[in-house]
Design a binder for this molecule. Structure first.
Ligand SMILES: Cc1ncc(COP(=O)(O)O)c(C=O)c1O
Length: 388
């Protein structure tokens, strides 16, 4: 059999080796040293954010951003059920409870139903919005830009502003995704619609640092708070005075050295993702019972992940059969995340009108999406799909 085609492998160039070597030689491998600042500056400049705070991973960025937005134990956080569980776990780390929402056709939080929930099930009391039935404060909205598709946030964010609900965007998959300015926000990078956005540089993302994350924000106070919390809440670094419980969440200089080199390649990675998306779409156009999932028209999406929607009577059976068949032919595909409102730790949490998420889960298969995927690889995946 010819070589395997994994779902996603990182694309590493010569400068990654060079900067890591430089970092190792300098001896500054942990938090101090220049690369963390350089990486933050590169991401800040690219996204147009006023501030960027590097973290050890996307999950810690989410946890920190929630805390920095004032989320407290006992709060409720509105979150989509379709997301990698890390976003939901971050809510629990903050001592809060998720309230699950349905998804739209782009796998993102259903903005209409979410607005309906806020308008009909919550009330603004003074400075905070509370769930009318539980009385708990709505601590934040945590939308996720799933697969790099920009969530339909512009109107929802405006409702949240009126209701004093902070918006923390999980933009972990969305570096390179831009709102094109349908609403009042103008051209904005994903993660900068709400108070804070969180990026991930895990090995499968559009650029990687091995493990890594970053909070982007326009708020100096939020950035300052995030930096404080991610560095053990040091009030006096010389005499070890800590007035709060902080976290060891700061990115290491070694990881950041990889990140600086990867940022130099981001434009090229985006080009390749887009070219391969077009290739998949063209080659799958005549495939029966399957189509490449659409992407939202109101944004320039980074096309990080290619999702296939299966049509037909038993999509779940078809999904599993295709996945098994492709695996035996050396092609890795993966299903959509299992909806979080059905996961054991979260089964008892509130869930509002979830009507689409489960069928999306049954009928979706993610296709190989590495930056280095060649046209021949794409053709081979499509051929195997058609045969299966
Ligand atoms: C949607 C989503 N949220 C959160 C995370 C967590 O990021 P990390 O793995 O960097 O902690 C990931 C990725 O891994 C993700 O895909």
């Amino acid at each position: 059999m010819s070589e395997c085609i994994p779902l996603s492998v990182p694309c590493i160039g010569a400068n990654e080796w060079r900067y890591v070597e430089d970092c190792l030689k300098s001896g500054w491998v942990s938090s101090a040293g220049g690369y963390v600042g350089m990486f933050e500056e590169a991401v800040r400049r690219y996204t147009g954010a006023k501030h960027a705070v590097a973290c050890v991973n996307g999950t810690s960025a989410l946890h920190t951003a929630l805390l920095a937005c004032g989320v407290r134990p006992g709060d409720e956080i509105i979150v989509p059920t379709i997301t990698f569980i890390a976003a939901v776990n971050a809510i629990r780390y903050a001592g809060a409870e998720p309230v699950f929402m349905d998804c739209d056709e782009y796998f993102n939080i259903d903005a209409e139903k979410t607005a309906e929930f806020i308008l009909t099930h919550t009330r603004l009391f003074g400075r905070a919005t509370r769930n009318s039935s539980t009385g708990r404060r709505i601590g934040a909205l945590l939308p996720v830009h799933v697969f790099g598709n920009a969530a339909d946030l512009e109107e929802l964010a405006s409702l949240c502003r009126q209701r004093r609900i902070p918006v923390v965007e999980d933009a972990t998959e969305a570096l390179g995704t831009w709102y094109t300015g349908r609403g009042t926000a103008g051209k904005r990078h994903a993660g900068l619609i709400g108070q804070a956005g969180c990026l991930s540089f895990n090995g499968n993302k559009i650029i990687t640092t091995g493990g890594g994350g970053m909070i982007i924000t326009d708020s100096p106070a939020l950035a300052h708070r995030a930096r404080y919390l991610t560095t053990q809440a040091k009030d006096d670094a010389t005499y070890y005075v800590h007035n709060e419980v902080g976290y060891n969440y700061r990115m290491s200089n070694l990881n950041a050295a990889v990140g600086v080199a990867q940022m130099e390649r981001l434009g090229a990675h985006l080009e390749k993702k887009r070219a391969n998306y077009r290739l998949y779409r063209k080659q799958l156009a005549d495939a029966e019972g399957m189509r490449l999932a659409p992407v939202p028209p109101y944004a320039e999406n980074n096309l990080w992940m290619y999702a296939l929607r299966l049509e037909g009577r038993s999509p779940r059976r078809m999904r599993d059969r295709i996945m098994g068949r492709l695996r035996s032919r050396g092609v890795e595909t993966r299903p959509l995340w299992y909806p979080n409102h059905l996961q054991k730790p979260y089964r008892r949490c509130l869930a509002y009108r979830i009507e689409r998420a489960e069928s999306m889960w049954r009928s979706t298969l993610n296709l190989p999406c590495s930056v280095d995927l060649t046209p021949e690889d794409v053709s081979r995946v499509v051929e195997e799909l058609k045969r299966a």
